[in-house]
Design a protein. Structure first.
Length: 263
């Protein structure tokens, strides 16, 4: 790749420029963690302290743990996209092609070199807009390059519309999602999650609390101390792990069922 978009003058004048705000991803990830850490701690503490609590307290604990898991998922997704992205990344629409640049360099392609295109979502969609999840663009090129961006690209909706207009030769090609191409692998993953849940349950039952007794004379015994088989933190980690595995297994089964429509 070469530096500087002027090197692609053969693609015609610049029509529009769409920088990608990767810094906002790190801000989103940080905000999500600020929600996840206290809510997860409160949920785990409530779980270990409440015992057989009321239905209301159990719902509150479940809400806190669900909020923590959702926030962690958002943080991981946003941080992962930020790490995959490139500092200073932008898309530049030219009259006769597309330019993609960042601090790593700049490359350009004419419109007829686009081999696949997928534009999905609504660029204006509440919280999803803040996270960039409300819009998704994937571009495949004849040299094997794949470009991806989402709603955090400036005027992402305009970029998507231009791509659909300039690339009619690929814009209407059907796109098979990953679960349509995965075959039976989602069921294998769901079975692995079920096995992990069973293993965690077996670990809990195999480590009961232990009581140490000492003779007190007269044929009587006295309880000296009780040694917990698993600490409160251990119970919290195992509980969250089982919840994550259960949600993942359900998601994979749903993906398998949906994927059958493509086969």
């Amino acid at each position: 790749m070469t530096g500087g978009s002027d090197a692609f003058g053969d693609l015609g004048p610049v029509v529009s420029r769409h920088p990608v705000d990767h810094q906002k991803r790190w801000v989103n990830a940080g905000c999500a963690l600020l929600i996840a850490v206290p809510s997860g701690w409160l949920g785990a503490w409530g779980w270990s302290a409440a015992g057989e609590g009321s239905a209301g307290s159990n719902r509150a604990i479940g809400l806190l743990l669900g909020l923590a898991l959702g926030a962690v998922a958002i943080a991981v997704t946003q941080a992962g996209r930020a790490l995959r992205g490139e500092r200073g990344e932008y898309f530049e629409v030219r009259q006769d092609g597309l330019v993609h640049g960042s601090q790593r360099g700049v490359a350009g392609w004419s419109w007829n070199r686009v081999t696949s295109l997928h534009v999905d979502g609504d660029a204006v969609n509440g919280i999803a807009t803040r996270l960039g999840n409300g819009y998704r663009i994937e571009i495949g090129l004849d040299d094997g390059t794949r470009l991806r961006t989402d709603g955090l690209a400036r005027r992402a909706g305009d970029l998507g519309r231009v791509l659909l207009t300039r690339c009619p030769h690929v814009a209407l090609k059907p796109r098979i999602p990953w679960y349509g191409r995965a075959g039976g692998w989602p069921l294998v993953g769901a079975a692995a999650c079920a096995a992990a849940i069973a293993a965690m349950l077996f670990y809990i039952t195999a480590h009961p609390d232990k009581e140490h007794r000492i003779p007190a004379g007269g044929g009587m015994t006295m309880v000296r101390t009780t040694e917990p088989g698993i600490s409160e933190a251990g119970y919290a980690v195992l509980s969250i792990g089982m919840l994550v595995c259960a949600v993942t297994a359900i998601t994979l089964v749903i993906a398998y069922v949906r994927g059958r429509a493509y086969r």
